[in-house]
Structure formats: C-alpha cells, structure tokens
Ligand binder design. Structure first.
Ligand code: S3P
Length: 453
C-alpha cells in the first residue's frame, strides 16, 4: 500500500472516441535511455545520445550521473552529451540521489555505487519508497557494499562501496533485468570475473550495451538452459554514439487504443523490436489483432520496425507464464485489450507485477471492477472475460503508477461511459507527450474537471 501522495493530483478522463488515425513516433526507450547515461558515465570520453527519453525518470538519472561526476549536458531536444569519468572514477555525491518514481534508475545506480569507494544516499517518491530493494542489495552486499537502510530494505537508504569490490557468481532468484543489471554494473569495477546466471531470460539491453561500450562479456547457455554472463571487471569503456529507438512499452498504449476504438488505424514508427520486449505483440496477434510490422531493419545492432494496428474483433487467449518477462510492463494495457476480446484471456505467472510502481495486479483488477469488466484474479494470475462493449463509468485509483493511468485512459476511449483516473501526473515519469500524441491521433484526454488536458 502506498503512503499518501504528496503532489497536487490531476484527475483525467476519456470518453468514447471517433476513430484514431495517423502515423506517430513515441519517445525513446526508457531502459536504453537510463543505460546510455550510466554507461556514458563509466566510459572515458564523450558519449553522444540522440532520442533520449526526456521523462522524469530518465531526467532523475541525468541528475544522478552529474552528482557522481559525469558532465551531462542537453545539446538540443533529445540530444545529450555525457563526458564520463571511467570505471572506478565515480565521485561521492554531495546530496542524496533523488530517483523520484524510477525503479530502474535507482536499482542500477545502486549497482554502480556499490563497487566504488563512495557513499551515496538514495531517496524516491512514495511509490519507490515502498518497493523492495533487497533484491539488488543482497548481491551488492556480497560484493562488499555496506547498506544502511530501514527494515525491509526500502528507501531512503545509503550504500557505501568498499575500497575493492569482490567479484561474485550470482544466480538471479527473480526474473528481473534490474537485478541482473545491478550486479553487472557493480561487476564492472570489481577486479576479476563477475558471473550472473539467469534461469529465466529477461531484457538484454545491459549485455548488448556493455558489448557495444567494449566490455569483455561472454554469454552462453549452460546445460540447464540458463543464460550465463561472465564479465571481466575493470575494463576501459569506450564512449559511443547512441540513437535510442522508440519505446515498445509506450507504443503499446497507442497500438491497443487502435485495436479497441472502432474504425481506427494507427502506425507507430521506429519501435524497438528486441525479442525480449515483444511479448505483447505476439499475444495480440494470438488474439486475432490486425497488426502488421513493416519496414523492419537493423540499426546500431537494434532491430526496429513500424507497427501498424487496425481496429479488430479480438478473441481471448492464454498468455503463458514464460512470456511474462518479455511483456512485464504491458499487462495493464493487455488487460484493457482483453476487456474487448470475446471470451476469456488468461494471464499467468504475474507475480512480478505485484512489485512494480504499484501492485499492478491489484490495481488492474480494481480498475476493471469499477468499469464493469468481469474478471477473476489469483495470487499470480488474472483472467478477464471480455466482450464487444465495456460499461466504463468508473474512476480508477492509479497509486502513482503511470502505466495504470495510461491503460485506463485508453479503456475510456472505447467504453460506453467515460473512464476517469484519479491522477494523471505520474504519466510524465515515462511518457510526457502521451496526451498530445493521443490528440494527434484524434482522441482526447481531458482533465476530469472538464478543462482540456
Ligand atoms: C526494466 C526492467 C523491468 C521493467 C522496468 C524496466 C529495466 O523491471 O519492469 O520497467 O530497464 O531493466 P524488473 O527488472 O524488475 O522486471
């Protein structure tokens, strides 16, 4: 349960929309944006980043990297320069690093700090202060970091890195790219070899980018089918020129909106198509969504494409647990698609959903309930029974969770009665121009009081 919110909230509402049409680009990928800044900080020389996501979460990382010694400058919209300090060269920040709502920012930066001989305090908003940090702190303690935290390893907390970090072998106990990445980032400044074993593969941006920056990293599959990552510590990372592709997790809202609003046809350009991120597209295709992926190409080692979605008569499906890591941030918007799909959509293996910006399993279920969508949930599963129409009319509690807010605003574009969310402010953490892009497609997001958002 989140403590009370401290900012001025902004209730928002959507109502049945005319067709959504057009071609848009959504902002840069959040995972790659955070990592570009962090790896740029650990390289020697200037890393140039184009298409950086300029959302609150990522801007918090720019501030943190500055506080740790990097020279981070905005050169123009989406265009950034990072002059790094090199592996081992981080400075001690003078004030607490404030990560706001950003789980990826805070957890990966804890990894950076944990193998440098500096002390850093980490703080965040009410949502971040409720999220479990033990999953990254446990391996970082094994590497020699000291942690001063209140019970349960929640923020605010302080990490002090040792003079010399210990390289470890760590089997990631939960399917989490953040945990894997925190250990690898710490391993960068540990002499010797840090090994991470990943029983269930998760998004691989850290590995790909480490290789791009010149780290020595071997990746193989062991006899049990687990991914084994062996990183040689203390490399000299080389600065890179990075173009951040559009975020598939942001594109997801526009794609599902096109599928559920009658008469719609929307194309989202230049979307990252990394196989660890495309679970939603696969699922929607199984639900008979009219989706085509065009102009598929490879740029800078990344697969990109334009995703076109047309209004579709969706049908229910079962989403297997193994698919969860490749669409972990997309379940709230999938639940909205499922509300319009004929029959039952079963989503399995959702345990990680309970420790996101909110308990998303509970928040999605509550949002469906107030809008008259029949569904059932268990400890780690959700089953939604959809149909051609959705009643709507409810106000959804967002618990400082951007994806809950955006998902239910999309529901309102196709439901019989308007759908409100209690607070749209958190949308700026990942997708500041969300409302503008919906407007560009012909939809409308209003302040619940009636004023146009
Ligand atoms: C992310 C990993 C995922 C995801 C988050 C971004 C990353 O979290 O939910 O939005 O960039 O590594 P977990 O690693 O906790 O699954």
């Amino acid at each position: 349960m989140n403590p009370p919110m401290s900012h001025a909230t902004k209730p928002m509402i959507t109502r049945a929309s005319s067709p959504l049409t057009g071609t848009i680009r959504v902002p840069g990928d959040k995972s790659i944006s955070h990592r570009s800044l962090m790896f740029g900080t650990l390289a020697i020389g200037e890393t140039r980043i184009e298409g950086l996501l300029e959302s609150e979460d990522v801007l918090a990382t720019t501030s943190a990297m500055k506080a740790l010694g990097a020279n981070v400058r905005q050169l123009g919209p989406g265009s950034w320069s990072v002059e790094g300090v090199g592996v081992g060269g981080l400075c001690e920040p003078e004030t607490a690093l404030d990560f706001g709502n950003a789980g990826t920012g805070v957890r990966l930066t804890m990894g950076l700090v944990a193998s440098h001989a500096v002390t850093a305090a980490f703080i965040g908003d009410a949502s971040l202060s409720c999220r479990p940090m033990g999953r990254v702190l446990d391996p970082l303690r094994e590497m020699g970091a000291e942690v001063l935290a209140r019970s349960g390893d929640r923020l605010p907390l302080t990490v002090r890195g040792p003079e010399t970090a210990l390289p470890i072998t760590y089997r990631v106990p939960v399917p989490s790219a953040q945990v894997k990445s925190a250990v690898l980032l710490a391993g960068l400044n540990a002499p010797g070899r840090t090994t991470v074993i990943e029983p269930i593969p998760t998004r691989d941006h850290t590995e790909r980018m480490l290789l791009g920056f010149g780290a020595e990293l071997d990746i193989e599959e062991n006899a049990d089918g687990e991914r084994v990552l062996r990183l040689t510590g203390q490399p000299e990372l080389k600065p890179q020129a990075i173009t951040v592709p559009s975020d598939p997790s942001s594109a997801a809202f526009m794609i599902v909106a096109a599928l559920i609003v009658p008469g719609s046809e929307v194309t989202v350009q230049d979307v990252l198509l990394n196989p660890h991120r495309t679970g939603l597209i696969k699922t929607l295709e199984e639900m008979d969504a009219d989706i085509s992926i065009e102009n598929v190409r490879e740029t800078g080692g990344k697969k990109l494409g334009d995703i076109r979605a047309r209004h579709s008569r969706l049908t229910g499906t079962t989403v297997p647990a193994e698919r969860a890591p490749s669409m972990i941030d997309e379940y709230p918007i999938l639940a909205v698609a499922a509300a319009f799909a004929e029959g039952e959509t079963r989503m399995l293996g959702l345990h990680e959903l309970t420790v996101k910006e909110s308990n998303r399993l509970a928040a999605v279920s509550a949002g469906l309930a107030v809008n008259g969508v029949p569904h059932e949930k268990g400890e780690d599963w959700l089953s939604v029974t959809g149909g051609e129409t959705v009643k709507g009319g409810g106000t959804v509690v967002t618990h400082l969770d951007h994806r809950i807010a955006m998902s239910f605003l999309m529901l309102g574009l196709a439901s019989d009665a308007p759908v409100a969310v209690d607070d749209g402010v958190p949308i700026a953490t990942s997708f500041p121009d969300f409302a503008d892009l919906v407007t560009q497609l012909g939809g409308r997001i209003e302040l619940a009081a009636g004023e146009k958002a």
